[in-house]
Ligand binder design. Structure first.
Ligand SMILES: NC(=O)C1=CN([C@@H]2O[C@H](COP(=O)(O)OP(=O)(O)OC[C@H]3O[C@@H](n4cnc5c(N)ncnc54)[C@H](OP(=O)(O)O)[C@@H]3O)[C@@H](O)[C@H]2O)C=CC1
Ligand SMILES: Cc1cn([C@H]2C[C@H](O)[C@@H](COP(=O)(O)OP(=O)(O)O[C@H]3O[C@@H](C)C(=O)[C@@H](O)[C@H]3O)O2)c(=O)[nH]c1=O
Ligand SMILES: [Mg+2]
Length: 299
């Protein structure tokens, strides 16, 4: 089996290069046409969706996996057109090309499609109402994939992080080395999920039910505020010797940490459909923090 992996260099994309390898030949694309080790690969610009059907035709895969996205939540408010091209029009073009060639597609979306007013974990068919441009662009991308006619798996993810790339854990470790005090919002709740777990679960779902079509929530177990996540990161990192000492972490409100984009106050995802359909249940989010810090310590 040949797998075209678009966005093969992001947090999830780089873990998918590893986790999908046992399923077949993985053909990654990056924006530059280069992988981090300097090796050449396919180049694909998601800001130019019209070029994507030719990419699919040239590679002639058996499956397309799209891990590329515009993920700068605040910046998206000032670049809505670019965010829409990358997060909505590019997946639309990929999914239409898949439909035409009778290929299945795997696509990823986000908890930020919800407005956060729920009082229980979000289910797949709960009403969406994105608060910002990023969430709106990801919702439009999901809809385009569903409407393309291609067999698809859409996995909605939450608070993704890992040892590489831009993410909250790496930001907290940097700030922990620079500051005595971290101030972190305690009134937004979700579930921090390692990119490696997402990539492993994606590979397992493809193996278990290659033909299943639909949308599933995919996140670690439990729930946390960003303050809980930051507190766990600095406590574990100090205990494991990843940072020399733990700074104090202060719980603040969203109002005390103004950002360009609004974010949902609650975006915990109900993952029971993933368990029922694929037999997949991810460990508690705290286990992921320790595992990721272990990878960083070894590097
Ligand atoms: N990060 C998170 O917290 C969450 C992410 N998600 C979703 O999960 C998926 C994977 O996210 P994640 O791995 O974290 O994202 P990353 O930002 O780590 O990776 C996205 C990748 O897309 C690439 N990309 C962006 N714009 C273009 C472009 N114009 N042309 C080509 N490539 C481009 C980036 O390349 P480059 O590095 O060159 O910019 C990067 O490699 C996405 O669909 C995202 O929306 C869902 C919930 C949470
Ligand atoms: C750096 C920092 C952030 N914060 C707050 C700001 C914000 O409300 C919250 C998270 O900040 P970040 O900007 O790191 O996270 P953000 O970019 O909003 O993360 C989101 O990314 C997209 C791609 C997704 O799909 C979501 O699931 C989610 O992971 O923490 C603090 O309170 N203190 C701090 O020192
Ligand atoms: Mg961010």
């Amino acid at each position: 089996m040949k797998i075209l992996l678009v966005g093969g260099n992001g947090q999830v994309g780089s873990e998918l290069r590893r986790s999908l390898a046992p399923l077949g030949e993985v053909v990654p694309t990056t924006r530059s046409g280069q992988l981090p080790d300097g090796d050449a690969c396919e180049a694909a610009d998601l800001a130019d969706p019209a070029t994507l059907p030719a990419l699919v035709a040239r590679v002639a895969p058996d499956l397309v996996v799209n891990a590329g996205a515009y993920t700068a939540v605040d910046r998206a408010e000032d670049e809505p057109e670019l965010a829409m091209r990358v997060n909505a029009q590019a997946p639309a073009a990929l999914a239409r090309a898949c439909a035409q060639a009778s290929l299945p597609i795997v696509h990823f979306s986000t908890d930020y499609v919800f407005d956060g007013r729920a009082r229980r974990p979000y289910r797949e068919d709960d009403a969406t109402a994105p608060l910002g441009v990023y969430g709106a662009s990801k919702w439009a991308g999901e809809q385009a994939v569903r409407e393309s006619g291609a067999a698809h798996k859409i996995f909605r993810l939450c608070w993704v992080y890992g040892p590489r790339g831009g993410n909250f854990l790496l930001t907290m470790l940097r700030l922990a080395r620079e500051r005595e005090l971290l101030r972190v919002v305690a009134d937004q709740h979700g579930t921090p999920t390692p990119a490696a777990w997402i990539a492993d679960a994606t590979a397992q779902a493809l193996r278990a039910r290659p033909d299943a079509t639909g949308t599933w929530h995919l996140a670690a177990g439990g729930q946390a505020s960003w303050f809980d996540f930051a507190s766990e990161i600095v406590a574990r990192a100090a205990a494991m010797g990843v940072i020399a000492r733990a700074p104090r972490v202060e719980a603040i409100t969203t109002a005390e940490f103004p950002t360009r984009a609004r974010r949902p106050a609650w975006s915990v995802l109900d993952t029971s459909a993933l368990a029922a359909d694929f037999g997949l249940k991810l460990p508690d989010w705290r286990t992921g923090v320790t595992q990721t810090l272990e990878v960083l310590r070894q590097n």
